[in-house]
Design a protein around this ligand. Structure first.
Ligand SMILES: Nc1ncnc2c1ncn2[C@@H]1O[C@H](COP(=O)(O)OP(=O)(O)OP(=O)(O)O)[C@@H](O)[C@H]1O
Length: 717
């Protein structure tokens, strides 16, 4: 490792999270060296030492890749002045700095070098607030330096120093030395192995309790992402053994002790012990209990149902099929019922009828909701009745976990009826939160297509409710949408049955373009996108939907290609680079987190129409917003998005890349979900073999959950 000392000459770039920077260092031989580092940028004029190595960057040439940085303490009065001025403290300008220098004289070098920030408080003539901030900053500088040193000595990037300091303050180094695994809670992008290696360096090995705790926490943290509410105990032990490579008996004893303390929960079912994190256990058990309460008794509304159906048919010039009528009757009769069916089977039409019917039956406080903003908007448009997202309905507790809501059993919703659409997206935790907030006397109607992808998060509520055979339900099989020749719908149903869709037709609605190389895939996608763009009024109506995000053919890479091809750099167009991603005026972006302040939700797609020094201005379908560049982590490029992100949304034209390199993602429900996102046109670009594999692969990913069994009442605890 090399070390260079010098003065920071100029900062070239720093990302908004302040975890990566590029700057020019002027070393003591007056040579200018471009440095990069995964830490916050030093300030211009600062004396620093960087340690790392010289590298040759393909584009930027020779530069210094700094692994760590240390601010050098000033060794003369001029440097001390610069150092103090560079602290960037409000109200601490040149005059105030002079006061400090006058007071300490040459002794200031000692104060700064030996990190005795408390002495700063003695300086007369400084405002108390300035003194306090100066004290805290100098203290922080010292601790940051200690952290940088500590990390460096253990070969860990100092990019986490600022976060760790912000979290643990003056105690930071001690906290980490005491339990290095605490880093995993603070440094979100740190992997277990990094903390584990540090722990080993510090003598924490084998079955040390801190190691067992961290290993368990790490595995349970990923449970939700993998779709499980619980794990069979053998699985849990095996996973911990894989991760920690320690004595299996110690792991088993540790799990047992947590069960005894109530830090983990468990259920015995079919001779298998399932282990739950407590919040998952509560969600699964209580979600099922609430549902069972609703199933206890029917609660018919006072309405001549047949007369109502006849009138609705007349007014809307349709004749309901038998299954549709059954669904309507069940919804009016039962307190809790379910409607499932594929695209075009009339689910939305039924919802429309239900709203009317419940109103006529005197139940006027009706809520329509869906898991995503886009689905709620679509429902509003289709039913002409205001729908909302489940999150908005339940009112999240600001700044807390994403399942913590203001509306709950103690403060329930003021409603008579709730109709929940796109229910295939409901995971166990969201379902529990929702059920907790529904008053016991309300009618609950759950609507969704059970053949869509399972939800993000644990469980598959819609499927389990259906499979339980305890919930009154209707399955709609007849397709009403443009009955004859809708090849999108026909293809979707063929895929769902496990048949190949017709790929050689020249239908305008469903087409397949074979490609036999990666380059051809990208080229065709761009050509098709361009062609469709010319025929469409609103670019938001075309969407590329890819089976996965990562990899050469993932949505991220495709988005980059499309941007390069269709919206390349242009001196007339504003652009900004955030976290290595370039956003340019004209680009399509997707919101990836709910932003309640701006009223824009996860999954909404928009086009950038302006970029200012501070904001990215985006036109979403119904709204234009100015997103602060500091909040740019809430968006992503979206020429292509994943099938998972597209759930609950519809687009006029959908382009689906589908090639063998998607591997395990080539599954029937994934292709079915992608195809059913299209209203007018689907273009699959790929290979017959990839489609064949998907059509014949029924999602084999097992989700560990006992939700269905709890609905059935076959689980004891
Ligand atoms: N019984 C019926 N007779 C004739 N047309 C019907 C009938 N039911 C629904 N439709 C029509 O079929 C089309 C599809 O219905 P709808 O949108 O309600 O289905 P959906 O299941 O909600 O579909 P998706 O999930 O794809 O939105 C609509 O144009 C609707 O007006």
């Amino acid at each position: 490792m090399d070390a260079i000392r010098g003065v920071v000459y100029r900062t070239i770039y720093e990302n908004t999270q302040r975890t990566y920077c590029v700057f020019i260092l002027k070393d003591y031989n007056e040579e200018y060296i471009t440095c990069t580092g995964k830490f916050e940028s030093p300030k211009e004029g600062e004396d620093i030492e960087v340690r790392g190595r010289y590298v040759e960057h393909a584009k930027y040439g020779f530069q210094f890749d700094a692994f760590s940085i240390e601010k050098l303490k000033p060794d003369n009065m001029g440097a001390a002045k610069l150092y103090l001025m560079n602290l960037g403290i409000k109200g601490f300008g040149e005059k105030s700095v002079e006061k400090v220098l006058d007071y300490f004289g040459i002794r200031i070098l000692e104060v700064l070098r030996e990190e005795r920030p408390e002495e700063i408080k003695e300086v007369p003539g400084l405002r108390q607030s300035v003194k306090d901030e100066l004290f805290n900053t100098l203290l922080g500088e010292g601790i940051l330096a200690d952290l940088n040193h500590f990390f460096e000595s253990h070969h860990i990037s100092s990019k986490w120093s600022r976060t760790v300091y912000t979290y643990y303050g003056v105690q930071a180094v001690d906290v980490i030395k005491d339990n290095p695994y605490t880093l995993l809670r603070v440094a979100q992008d740190m992997i277990f192995g990094t903390a584990d290696t540090l722990a080993e360096n510090l003598g924490i090995t084998g079955s040390d309790m801190r190691r067992l705790e961290a290993g368990l926490e790490w595995i349970l943290r990923n449970l939700d992402n993998q779709g499980h509410t619980c794990l069979p105990v053998d699985q849990l032990i095996a996973r911990m053994d894989d991760l920690l490579q320690t004595d299996v008996d110690d792991i088993a004893d540790f799990i047992q002790s947590l069960l005894e303390q109530g830090a983990l929960c468990s259920t015995y079912h079919d001779d298998i012990l399932y282990i739950y994190p407590p919040q998952m256990y509560v969600a699964e058990v209580e979600g099922a209990n609430y549902t069972r309460d609703f199933l206890l008794e029917a609660d018919p509304i006072s309405l001549d149902i047949q007369g109502f159906i006849d009138r609705f048919e007349q007014e809307n010039h349709i004749t309901f099929g038998d299954a549709q009528k059954e669904a309507i009757k069940l919804s009016f009769f039962e307190k809790f019922s379910l409607i499932t069916g594929g695209p075009g089977t009339g689910k939305t039409t039924i919802i429309k009828a239900l709203v009317k019917g419940f109103q006529l039956g005197g139940l006027g406080r009706i809520i329509l909701c869906a898991p995503t903003g886009r689905a709620a908007k679509r429902l509003t448009e289709a039913t002409e009745f205001e729908a909302t997202t489940i999150h908005r309905l339940l009112v999240p507790v600001q700044g807390s976990d994403s399942y913590d809501f203001t509306k709950n059993e103690d403060d329930p919703l003021d409603i008579d009826v709730i109709i929940i659409d796109e229910a295939s997206m409901l995971n166990v935790r969201l379902f529990y939160s929702l059920m907790a907030a529904i008053p016991r006397e309300a009618h609950v109607i759950i609507v969704g297509d059970v053949d869509q992808l399972p939800p993000i998060g644990a469980g598959f509520v819609l499927k389990d409710l259906l499979d339980s055979d305890c919930v009154p339900y209707t399955r709609l099989n007849q397709i009403y949408r443009q009955n004859s020749g809708n090849t999108i719908v026909d293809s979707a149903y063929a895929i769902n049955r496990g048949d190949m869709p017709k790929l050689d037709g020249n239908g305008d609605e469903f087409s397949f373009i074979p490609v036999n190389s990666y380059d051809a895939l990208m080229k065709v996608i761009i050509d098709v996108y361009k062609r469709e763009q010319e025929h469409i009024e609103d670019e938001l109506d075309i969407q590329i939907i890819s089976p996965m995000r990562r990899g050469e053919a993932g949505s991220t890479r495709i988005s980059q290609y499309v941007q390069q091809a269709l919206n390349p750099p242009d001196s007339h167009k504003g652009e900004v680079r955030v976290n290595g991603i370039t956003y340019r005026v004209g680009d399509k972006v997707i919101q990836i987190l709910n932003n309640y302040d701006l009223d824009i939700f996860n999954g909404e797609i928009g086009i950038i129409y302006a970029i200012t020094r501070t904001d990215i201005c985006i036109r979403f379908i119904h709204k234009e917003v100015r997103l602060s560049i500091d909040d740019a982590h809430m968006i992503m490029p979206a020429y292509a998005i994943t099938v998972h992100k597209s759930q609950g949304s519809e687009y006029g034209v959908v382009i689906i890349p589908f090639v063998p390199r998607y591997g395990g993602m080539l599954q029937r429900n994934l292709l079915y979900t992608a195809v059913t996102r299209a209203k007018r046109k689907v273009i699959i670009v790929g290979t017959t073999s990839a489609i064949d594999r998907a059509v014949h692969t029924v999602n084999a990913d097992e989700r560990y959950t006992l939700f269905k069994e709890r609905i059935q009442g076959s689980c004891d605890s």
